[in-house]
Design a protein around this ligand. Sequence first.
Ligand SMILES: [Fe+2]
Length: 459
Amino acid sequence: MNTDTTLAEPEAAAAQAQPRLSARFDARGCPVSTRSQAAIDSAERAQWILVSYYGDAMAPLDDAIAADPQWALAHLMKANALLTVNEHGFTGLAQASFEQAKALAGGANERERAHIGATGLCLAGQWAEACDAWERILVDHPQDLVALGTAHLFDFFRGDARNLQRRVTRVLPEWSASAPLYSYVLGMHAFGLEENNHYALAQETGQAALAIERRDPWAVHAVTHVHEMQGQYERGADWLQSRSGDWAPDNGFAYHNWWHLALFRLERLDTAGALALLDERVTPGAEVALQRIDITALLWRLRLLGVDAGARWEAIADGWAAQPTEAGHYCFNDVHAALAQIGAGRLQAAEELLAAVQRRSLDRSTPGMMAREVGVPLLCGLLAHANERHAEAVEILWPARETCHRFGGSHAQRDLIDQTLLDATIRSGQRRLAKHLLNERRLMKAHSPLTEHWAQRIG
Ligand SMILES: [Fe+2]
């Protein structure tokens, strides 16, 4: 690799001159076309925020753009950061940043032009193809954290557990342990390993990440999932609580780790504890769909346990309804929005979400495929359940859960569908089927109070 960084610090005018050769490298040795070290430094700060969730990456990205407005990759990083929020409301801003990057392609290097292609595919709704394009960048630049970090999140949104792990596995041996932000790549690997049921290795890798950077919320989260999936609800709660001074303060991802602590509370049937966490830790400041998802999912699980959450349902239903243009954008969000409407007793609003997902299912994008293959059947099943047509709900949800990983999320998040199906089997009097289903849960959560609760309901 050419590591020639001896070029003189540019004047502002020179930084905008054409042609813009690959004059410098980022902190991990990936070539960049800017000659402004200030732009590189600001982009690096943004990269740290994007993997650590400490702060808002938009400010340093704007600083990078201000330092060198002609640097295409800074605009692209901004587009990618907006796209990974995965809400329609941010798509227009992402498109604008992308257009700026595209207009600057003539001054970009080969790696940056490949990034323009990948982000363009993502904006066009071709998420799988975008991930392939990022992968091709990683073949030549395995330490390209722009490509790896963005693809990792879209692997998650696409429910591609295989690449959630293996995309990181393929580049990790090429990383230097001394490379900046290396520990965050270990955190990504840990989560991918967990989603592929490699629990011991996931735990070891997450701990290795935290030995380097104890405040990494994604690595904490990966180990939390390891405990969740193995039914270790006391150990998992201890894990999160004992380290909350590390992962919680000032962190934009903290609400999700608090959500996991609430799940551990539910596993031991501490519904009051789960509600307290919901009110004090998960709900405050809810602005993005990812947070509304957690609030809704927790309320739904409480509802399945017969807990009356009162006005919380109206609040979250209003939160979803305040974003009407989001309907049909990403059906993982739509399903949670519909659950919120059902919980608030607004079945017509849930029907309207189904109609939006049906419209989306007609297009050939990745979200269109998700809407077609997962969103429509799942929403039909959930609406049948809401309308107390429980036998019909079972008929629809039983096959739907087999393919629902295609709409993204984690195993822990999608467990909500299994629990809803379990509820429908019991309510429809299909006791043997319910027992059949509960046996799955017994593998890892044989003795949890929540499993015993379901067993008692089956009778
Ligand atoms: Fe999670």
